[in-house]
Design a binder for this molecule. Structure first.
Ligand code: GFB
Length: 313
């Protein structure tokens, strides 16, 4: 991307889009386009086409999506499949039609089958049944991958698709029930510390294994790949390290300074038992994550403390 290029970050109000915007600003790109939902509804095809026709971005980071944790995915399947299919279809098609030079699509590691080999290679896509708690979101994201591949094959459109592992970091959604595990537990431990509660409940058995990537590392990888990757094959992004939710809960409690006990509620879903992505292709290209989990949890908690007023119920 040359520095004069105009770059559209779709979804800059969310965890991933905001981090990509910060990374582009840090790299000195002056022509960054963004729109809030109030001024551009990405589920509205006419509005999206109008935006591309008027503003003519040359590069697009497609980070806009309806996202949520295990509970939100499990309880709002229609919203997850509908909004994601609409957003990505509108943006990818309009980008192609209006001469965008390159588009980067953000998928998710939940596109891989529940029983995929671990660590999960990119080739595991569509090799088996999905994890039921998030299959609606996963099917939409798989459709987005396939759109990128189809537009590349039929139209020569330069669209790449990245599959990040579970993400966390500043700007995350800290909703008590709809968020992902890191912000959910951070807020729960924080509120328990403030209220001097003796116990915090964590969903599930604590046994599922997850890999957590700081969103600023993901944003660095996205900029890196926008600059130097242009293939049909999807590409995984992760840290290579996994830990049980039980251990994650302890680390979040430490970051927050909560000293009470932790109880696991096995009536809540665990989701996929293990989800570690194989990042050998990305590592072979020279990219490395930089932010360790303890450091990332500490800085995310600092961000939470600075912004907690807006999370009050
Ligand atoms: O973050 P999370 O919702 O993502 O949950 P998934 C990860 C694990 O943490 C699950 C447990 O085993 C949860 O049961 N957990 C424990 C909690 N306490 C909590 C809590 O208070 N809130 C949440 N949310 N989890 C998501 C998918 O699945 O992964 C999305 O639903 C997306 O589609 C994302 O792809 C990356 O890894 O289970």
């Amino acid at each position: 991307m040359d520095h004069a290029a105009s770059i559209y970050v779709a979804g800059h109000g969310g965890l991933v889009g905001a981090a990509i915007l910060r990374a582009l600003q840090d790299r000195g790109y002056p022509h960054l386009l963004t729109h809030r939902h109030a001024t551009l509804d990405l589920t509205n095809q006419a509005a999206v086409n109008g935006f591309f026709a008027t503003e003519r971005p040359e590069y697009v980071f497609l980070a806009a999506a309806k996202v949520g944790g295990i509970h939100a995915n499990d309880n709002y399947p229609a919203d997850f499949i509908r909004d994601n299919l609409l957003i990505q279809t509108n943006v990818i098609d309009a980008a192609y039609r209006h001469g965008v030079k390159k588009l980067l699509f953000l998928g998710s590691s939940c596109i891989y089958p529940r029983h995929a080999p671990q660590p999960i290679p990119e080739e595991a896509l569509l090799s088996g049944p999905l994890e039921p708690t998030n299959e609606w979101y996963a099917v939409a994201k798989i459709a987005g991958i396939k759109m990128c591949q189809a537009y590349r094959r039929q139209h020569g459109f330069s669209a790449i698709a990245l599959m990040p592992t579970n993400l966390y970091g500043p700007g995350d959604n800290f909703h008590p029930t709809h968020s992902h595990v890191v912000p959910a537990l951070m807020r729960r431990f924080h509120e328990a510390k403030e209220a001097d509660l003796p116990e915090v409940v964590v969903w599930g058995t604590g046994q599922p294994l997850r890999e957590f990537l700081h969103v600023d590392d993901l944003a660095e990888a996205a900029c890196f790949l926008m600059e130097c990757y242009d293939e049909e094959r999807i590409i995984n992004i992760g840290t290579g390290d996994e830990l049980p939710i039980r251990v994650l809960a302890t680390q979040v409690a430490e970051a927050v300074g909560y000293q009470g006990s932790i109880r696991f509620d096995a009536t809540k879903p665990d989701g996929i038992p293990r989800k570690l992505v194989d990042t050998s292709r990305l590592l072979a290209m020279g990219w490395r994550p930089r932010i360790g989990l303890r450091e990332g949890l500490a800085s995310t908690y600092r961000w939470f403390l600075e912004h907690q007023e807006k999370f009050r119920r």
